[in-house]
Design a protein around this ligand. Structure first.
Ligand SMILES: Nc1nc(=O)c2c([nH]1)NC[C@@H]1CN(c3ccc(C(=O)N[C@@H](CCC(=O)O)C(=O)O)cc3)C=[N+]21
Length: 295
């Protein structure tokens, strides 16, 4: 019996249709949500991601504000753009596309974003609210990828209550916040956070009902140790050279052979990526709703 697909494209289309209605309701109150993106440098993958986000916005009725800066922009000039977006009433939420070039202080930039406009949910205030569990009812944005994973599972009726979720990867955008969301009472999962320094990963894989692989190590999760019926979500993407063709291609953290053990698996592309984008839109709409409510 083959694994069933956690269809991120279908779930994201449904979420976008729901958000389009909320945007229409905001329009009646005279509010148009606007997503800003700040893109530094000319990495083609980053340009392509940012382009996708603006295409999503157009579909839902969110207006777009784009700022593009050269790879050698100074900290001061980038901070001036942040200040400008913080002050711009047309921009109800925005992101600074990561990673930033090495000469820039990423944490200082993330901290300078107005927390009320933080569409990524990565501002220290918003991450702190998540740790404190004060973001229910939703008073602050959640990080997009972990929130998208939970929403993807929810929309396929994969119940997480009491189940053991193994998160592999300790990054700020996925691994660290993932456990904080999964252990909230309304989800009620049990979480182990593993990483590239974990000894005996196989022993943890053997206990896992769900694996979220976000370490960025190609095929580090093999098939052998997994339980039958495991739910697999592959978040990792690395560019590796195909030994036969010599061409670079995208490779996940999970060995494709592991699908034989799985009851559900998120495809790549078409799984977690579209959900990340959908949660970004959700954060922008919710920020605009909170803003409209406070006027
Ligand atoms: N501040 C910030 N916020 C981010 O959310 C952020 C970031 N920086 N930096 C880079 C990563 C990467 N990321 C992706 C989101 C969606 C897809 C996505 O939708 N991928 C499609 C495929 C897209 C294609 O084929 O071009 C899919 O998986 O089906 C990919 C990558 C967001 N990131």
């Amino acid at each position: 019996m083959g694994a069933r697909t956690l269809d991120g494209r279908a779930a994201s289309a449904a979420i976008k249709a729901e958000l389009a209605q909320r945007v229409a309701a905001l329009a009646e109150r005279g509010v148009t949500p606007g997503l800003g993106t700040v893109l530094v440098g000319d990495d083609p993958a980053s340009h392509s991601y940012v382009g996708g986000k603006h295409k999503d916005c157009a579909e839902v009725g969110i207006s777009s504000i784009r700022r593009e800066l050269p790879a050698d922009v100074s900290q001061e000039d980038l901070e001036a753009v942040i200040d400008e977006l913080n002050a711009d009433p047309a921009c109800t939420g925005y992101i600074v596309q990561l990673p930033l070039p090495g000469h820039l202080d990423t944490n200082a930039i993330l901290e300078r974003v107005d927390p009320a406009k933080d569409a990524d949910g990565l501002h220290p205030t918003n991450l702190g609210r998540l740790v404190l569990n004060v973001s229910e009812p939703m008073t602050s944005p959640l990080p997009c990828t972990p929130n998208g994973i939970v929403e993807l599972l929810r929309r396929h009726d994969v119940d997480l209550a009491g189940r053991h979720v193994l998160v592999v990867g300790r990054g700020v955008t996925v691994g660290r916040p993932m456990g904080l969301i999964l252990t909230r009472r309304e989800i009620n999962a049990t979480v182990t956070l593993a990483h590239t320094g974990t000894e005996d990963l196989d022993a943890l894989l053997a206990q896992a009902d769900v694996v979220v692989a976000a370490a960025g190590r190609p095929h580090m999760i093999g098939a052998d140790a997994l339980k039958d019926g495991v739910v697999l979500l592959d978040v990792g993407v690395s560019r590796v050279e195909d030994p036969e063709t010599g061409k670079k291609r995208l490779t996940g953290d999970i060995d494709p052979a592991a699908a034989a053990k799985a009851s559900w698996i998120s495809p790549n592309p078409g799984g977690v990526g579209p959900m990340t984008r959908a949660m970004l839109l959700l954060n922008v709409v919710e920020a605009a709703e909170r803003h409209a409510g406070s006027r």
